[in-house]
Design a protein around this ligand. Structure first.
Ligand code: CO8
Length: 261
C-alpha cells in the first residue's frame, strides 16, 4: 500500500488500521489516495479474517482535511466530476463494508474527511477535533454524501448550521450531538479505538454485519418494513452456527467461539 495510505495489522489479530498519511497537506485526499482507499476497502471486504477496521490520520493535525483542492484550479469539469463520482462510490463502499469501522479523529475532519467519518460506524474524537463541511466557502457543496448523511445523523437544523453557516463543530460538540461515541485526550485516541475494536471482536461477525445493515438501511424504510426486516435477520441469525454457539456458550458459562458461519 502506498505511503499516502497505510494499511496495517493493528496490534491485535482480526483488526486492521488504515492511516491517511499526507500530513504536510493535512491528509487531503488526492485522486491516487481515493483509488488506494478503494483498493484497501475491497481487500478488507474480501478478507473474513478482518473483524474490525480503524481509520485514522497521520500527524495529529488532521484526520482528513477534505478533497485535495489543489487538483481543481481552473475549470477542469471532467476531472472534477470524475473525482466526485469516484469519491462518492468509494465512500459508499466504506459504509457498506461488512466489518464495523471505527474512526479515530484528531484535528480536522473537513469536507470529504467528515464525509468519510459519516460512513464509519463508531467515531472517537479528541475534544479539540474540528468537524465540518466547509464546501460552501469554496463556492461548492458536499458531494460525498455529506448533505444527506449528516442531516440524517443530526437533523436538518443542526446540519443547516454546520453547512449553511460553515460552522465547524468540536469533538466535544460531536459527542453532545451523538455523533461521537467518546471524547478522549489525543494520547488516548488509538487506545480508545482499540478498546472499541476489542468490543467488536467479542460480537459474532455475522451479527455485527447484520446489525450494521439494519442500522444503516432501516431508517430509509418505513418503520413496519424496517421492523419486519429486523425480525427476519434475527430469525436467520438464530439458525446460524454462531447463533447456536452464542447461546450454548452463555449457558455453559464459557466464552463463545464465533466462526462467522
Ligand atoms: N486540499 C489541499 N491542500 C490542503 C487542504 C485541502 N483540502 N487542506 C489543507 N491543505 C494544505 C494547505 O494548502 C497547506 O499546504 P502548504 O503548506 O503547501 O501551503 C497545508 O495543507 C497546511 O494547511 P494550512 O496552512 O492551511 O493549515 P492551517 O492550520 O492554517 O489551516 C485548515 C487548516 C483550516 C484545515 C485549512 O487548511 C483549510 O481550510 N483547508 C481546507 C479545508 C476544506 O475546505 N476542505 C473541504 C475541501 S472540499 C471537499 O472535501 C469536497 C468537495 C468536492 C470534491 C472536489 C474537490 C474540490
Amino acid at each position: 500500500m502506498s505511503e499516502n495510505l497505510i494499511l496495517r495489522e493493528a496490534p491485535m489479530p482480526g483488526v486492521v488500521s488504515l492511516t491517511f498519511n499526507r500530513p504536510d497537506k493535512l491528509n487531503a485526499l488526492s485522486t491516487p489516495m481515493v483509488r488506494q482507499f478503494e483498493s484497501a476497502i475491497d481487500a478488507i471486504a474480501a478478507d473474513a479474517s478482518v473483524r474490525a477496521v480503524i481509520l485514522q490520520g497521520a500527524g495529529g493535525k488532521a484526520f482528513v482535511a477534505g478533497a485535495d483542492i489543489a487538483e481543481y484550479r481552473g475549470n477542469r469539469t471532467a476531472a472534477f466530476n470524475a473525482y466526485q463520482f469516484e469519491s462518492r462510490r468509494v465512500f459508499d463502499k466504506l459504509e457498506a463494508l461488512p466489518q464495523p469501522v471505527i474512526a479515530a479523529i484528531a484535528g480536522y475532519a473537513l469536507g470529504g474527511g467528515f464525509e468519510i467519518a459519516l460512513c464509519c460506524d463508531i467515531l472517537i474524537c479528541t475534544a479539540s477535533a474540528q468537524l465540518g463541511l466547509p464546501e460552501g466557502l469554496l463556492g461548492l457543496s458536499p458531494g460525498g454524501g455529506g448533505t444527506q448523511r449528516l442531516t440524517r445523523a443530526v437533523g436538518k437544523y443542526m446540519a443547516s448550521d454546520i453547512m449553511l453557516a460553515a460552522r465547524r463543530i468540536s469533538g466535544e460538540r460531536a459527542f453532545q450531538l451523538g455523533l461521537a461515541a467518546e471524547v478522549v485526550a489525543e494520547e488516548e485516541l488509538l487506545e480508545a479505538a482499540l478498546t472499541r475494536a476489542r468490543g467488536v471482536l467479542k460480537v459474532s461477525p455475522l451479527a455485527a454485519r447484520e446489525m450494521k445493515r439494519l442500522i444503516r438501511q432501516g431508517p430509509d424504510a418505513a418503520l413496519p418494513t424496517a421492523l419486519a426486516f429486523e425480525q427476519e435477520v434475527l430469525a436467520r441469525l438464530y439458525g446460524t452456527q454462531d447463533g447456536q454457539e452464542g447461546i450454548a456458550a452463555f449457558l455453559d458459562k464459557r466464552k463463545p467461539e464465533f466462526k462467522g458461519e
